[in-house]
Design a protein around this ligand. Sequence first.
Ligand SMILES: Cc1cc2nc3c(=O)[nH]c(=O)nc-3n(C[C@H](O)[C@H](O)[C@H](O)COP(=O)(O)OP(=O)(O)OC[C@H]3O[C@@H](n4cnc5c(N)ncnc54)[C@H](O)[C@@H]3O)c2cc1C
Length: 447
Amino acid sequence: MPIPSTARYVIIGAGIHGLSTAYHLARALKAKGRASQADIVVLDKASIGAGASGIACGVVRNNYFQPAMRELMAHSVLEWESDAKAYSYHACGYMQLSCEVMHEDISSIYQQQQAIGYASSLIEGARDCDIYLKNMFGDWQARGITSILHEKKGGYANNMASLYALGDKARAEGVKIFECVTVTGFEFDHTSSAISAVETDKGRIECEYVVIGAGPWISKLWNMLELPKSVSIKTGETTMLNDVPMWRFWQLEEGVLDVDPGFLLTEDGKMPPVIHIDTDAPLYSQTTGKLISDELWGIYYKPDYNFKGIQGGAMPYKINTPADEIKLDPYGPESPEFVASIEFADMWTSALAFCHKRFEGKNINYRNEKSGGLGCFTPDSFPVFDVFRQNCYIIADSNHGYKMLGVGRLVAQEILGETAALLEPFRLSRYGLGKLHPVSHSPFPWS
Ligand SMILES: Cc1cc2nc3c(=O)[nH]c(=O)nc-3n(C[C@H](O)[C@H](O)[C@H](O)COP(=O)(O)OP(=O)(O)OC[C@H]3O[C@@H](n4cnc5c(N)ncnc54)[C@H](O)[C@@H]3O)c2cc1C
């Protein structure tokens, strides 16, 4: 099918954000009686789920130290729950286990979850945490956990299943999705500097409004829009940090242990919550016996029938190459450069065995296939949801975003003229104004 020469809304990227925005925008236009066949097209240079959304391990959680992130996640969890079957969403819950250095952060997250009505429980003190974990897993053996935040909502969803469901929902509302169409540039109105047309390798599309949900490719689209490559950040009453690069990349380290997912059922035979542990206990390699870390480290894991094993990851690492020089394509497991490392396999499987006796000696079951991928991060590692050049909505989730299924609904609302309070803390202007999100003690850039 050839692409149209005009469309009211052009959405770039068929990942979680592009598709959910398209779906909700189409519904909202219909509800206002303003829908037409020429309304919304989604363009993707490859296919649905070809980006980060298609390789995300799919964890959905609320556990964030930043109040604005937590409120946004609570909203997105409702979206997952709204059609759990179609989205292939498993509401098994989520559990954050931490050592003492994070205790205070975790207890403040718990207090604030109670304030917003997000169901969770907090277990404190090494002894009570140990009892709680051993009740759940008889073979629990990690020491030094002094707080557990057990979120009763959240869990995980199967990445491609949820994206195909979103694609189907959007198409059913009249959205046209074009795959294998690469956006190569924009035309701007001479007087207003707004976008007047989107240029692609299959022709140009005149449009009224553009939405960008390009995941890790955001820095490339940002350049096409000729937006600033750096920002100034107000760090105190009279202090500014200047020339901070707008985009930087981190490599996400994930993999799968090839055992039956039922290998990690709870003592009462149920699927466990997604588990995330952060600790500063020394971690030794199961393979060599050598010390891997005596500083704060963290892993997450879950039994997953979609990945057919125990799937999870560890802390990402920073890529020092400037954003403009990163070779993003081919992306994810196809990348010759940016895939999970051998060190990751040893660290993650050793950490699993550190937690549960059942994983001792199971490092040989680590699945020998390429996994992981790049994420593109903003200067403070939190999302930017904002309008640029008057008619271009950018959804730059700073790699937080598969779980943010609800953002598309809020963005659609803003495009149609109604400000979404939940998105307000994520404008670009926060850097210059010094309205920054609080930073936690977590070893992850996204907690
Ligand atoms: C290994 C890994 C695991 C993750 N796990 C989780 C998790 O468990 N939970 C969680 O919440 N988040 C997770 N994330 C983060 C999450 O996947 C991303 O934040 C989110 O999927 C980004 O969604 P998106 O729609 O913005 O972009 P994407 O899903 O990356 O989609 C962008 C699309 O844009 C297309 N595109 C790019 N450039 C162009 C162009 N010029 N023209 C046309 N199309 C273009 C791409 O082909 C792609 O399909 C993970 C990320 C990675 C890398």
